[in-house]
Design a protein around this ligand. Sequence first.
Ligand SMILES: C[S@@+](CC[C@H](N)C(=O)[O-])C[C@H]1O[C@@H](n2cnc3c(N)ncnc32)[C@H](O)[C@@H]1O
Length: 562
Amino acid sequence: MRGMAVSPKGEIEYGEVFTRRWVVDTILDLVGYTADRDLAATTLVEPSVGSGAFLGPVVDRLTASAAARGVPLESLTGAIRGYDLQRSHVETSRALVVERLTATGGDEATARMLAESWLHVGDFLLDDTDLLSLGEALSAGTSVSKDSPADFVVGNPPYIRFDDLDRATVAAYRAKYPTMVGRSDIYVGFFERSLAMLKPSGMLGFICADRWMRNAYGAKLRGLIAKRYAVDTLWQMHDVDAFHAEVSAYPAITVLANRPQGSVTVLDTKATFGAPGAKQAVAFVRSGEDEAEGSGWKGARLASWFEGEDLWPAGGPDRIRLLEYLQEHFPVLEQTGGTTKISIGVATGADKAYVVAPDADVEPDRLLPIVMADDIRSGVLTPPKKVLINPWDETGALVNLTDYPRMEKALSSHEDVRKRFVARRNPAAWHRTIDRVYPGLAKRPKLLLQDMKAQITPVYEPGGYYPHHNLYYIVSTGWDLEVLGGLLLSRIAETFIEAFGVKMRGGTLRFQAQYLRKIRVPAPESISDDVQGQLRAAFRTRDRDAATRAAEAAYGLPEGEL
Ligand SMILES: C[S@@+](CC[C@H](N)C(=O)[O-])C[C@H]1O[C@@H](n2cnc3c(N)ncnc32)[C@H](O)[C@@H]1O
C-alpha cells in the first residue's frame, strides 16, 4: 500500500480538491511562468497533477512561448514533470495534454510522446528515480535522482491529515523528510521535497492549507524556509472560492523562492476576491509599492520576514506589519517585570473526586480554595464556591495517606481516581493529582484568563485561590498586575492572540499559554506613572477602548492605531 493514505475506516484518502483556473493563472503569474519568457529552456514540476488544473494552463503558456521563438515541440521533453499517485489521474492529464498540444497545431504523435514523457504515476514523496529519465537511465544502467533541479514547482498538493495516513507510509515519509514532525499533514513533505528541487532563484507556488504557518507541526518547515529559502508572497484566502469543492481547511497562495530573504508582500482577501482582484494584486506584488488595495483584497510589503521556527501571523497586512514592528521592539511578556510566569491551572484527572464543596469530610488542611472558569465567566471574579482536595504538602511533596484518613476515604470512594493513568503508573502515589500543586501559588495575586472566549478578558484575583485546569494564570514579581491587566485588555494584546492563535468557528479564540507567551509588552519600568494609572483605571472599569488608548501610549504607537 505504499504511498497511499488509508483512513482508519479503510477508505483510501488521496486528498483531492481541484483548483480553479483563475487561481492557477495567478500562481503561474506570481512565480513568473509567463509566455514572454523562454519557457522551453526551463523545467516546471507539478507534484500532484490530479485532472490537470495546473497542467492545462502550463502547457498553453509553454507552447505559446515555444511558438514565438520557433522552438519545435519535440524538443520540449524536459520542460514539464508531473506526478500523481493515481493512474486514472495521470491518464486524464495525459489526454488533456494531447488535446491542448494538438489544438495549437502539434501533431498527434509528438503530443503523445510529450504526454508520456512529462507525466508519471508515482508517489512524489517516495519515488527515488526520476521517472522522466527512467527509460534512459535503465538503458544506460544508471539511476537518476528525482531531485534534479527545477525552475518552478507549482500545484495544489494533497492535504491528508496525519490520522488518515497509514503508519507504514508515515514512517517512510518521516525517514526522508525531517520537516514532517508531530502530527504533520502530508503537504508539509510536499513543500520540503519541492523546495529541495529548486534551482538557485527557482520559485515554488502552491495553493495549500495555511495551518502549518501557525502550529507545532509546521515548526521545522518554517525553520527550514527561514534558514535556506525566502518567502516571496503570501495571500490569505480564508473565504475565497478557490476550488471546485468546499474545503474545510483555510487555504493560502504561498510563493517561496530559492534565494536569500528580501521583502515580502502579504495579502488578505475577502469572499468577493476573484479573477479581477487577483490581476490587480499580481500587479501590486510586481510593483514595489508599499501598500495597495483593490477588489476584495488589501496588501502590504514588509521589509523582511519572521525568523527561525517562529509562528507566522494571520490577518490583514496592517496587522502583520504592526506585529513585525512590535516583535522587533518589545520583549515577550515572560521576559518583563522581574519573574513573570504564564501557566495553566491544576489538572486532577478526576474533578468529581478532587473538586468538592467546602464542607466535604476531609481534613481541613487538605482543602484548598479553587477558582474555576465559571467564577470568572462574567469578566470579574465572583466568589468561588469549590475547594480542591490537595494531596501535596507545603514543600511540594505528596502527603502520606496514613496521616489523612478522611482524605483517603473521600478519594477512595471514587473509582475513577485509581483508574487514572498517573495512578496506575505509580500505585503508591495513586492519590496524586495529574499536575503538582505549587506551594504558595494560591496566596499570590494573579491575572486569570479563560480559554475559549470571544475576546481577551484578564481577571484580577488578589490571592487566596488556586487556579483550575481550564484557566490560564499570570503571576509576576515586577508587574503591578492591574497595569498589566490593562495592557492585556487592549486590542494590541488581542492582535497577538488573533494572529497566532486558533480561531474556532463562530469567532471564539483559544487562549493557550503558547499564544499568550507570544504577546510582547513594554517593560513596566518604561511606562510612565501617568500611563500606568490610565491602564489600571481602564482595567478596573473593563473599558477596552480606554485600555487600547493607554496601551498605544505605553507602546509609543500613534493614537487610534487600533
Ligand atoms: C489536492 S489534489 C490537486 C490536484 C491538482 N493539482 C489541482 O490543483 O487541481 C491532490 C492530488 O494529489 C494526488 N496525490 C495524493 N498523494 C500523492 C502522492 N503521495 N504523490 C503524488 N500525488 C499524490 C491525488 O491523487 C490528487 O490528485
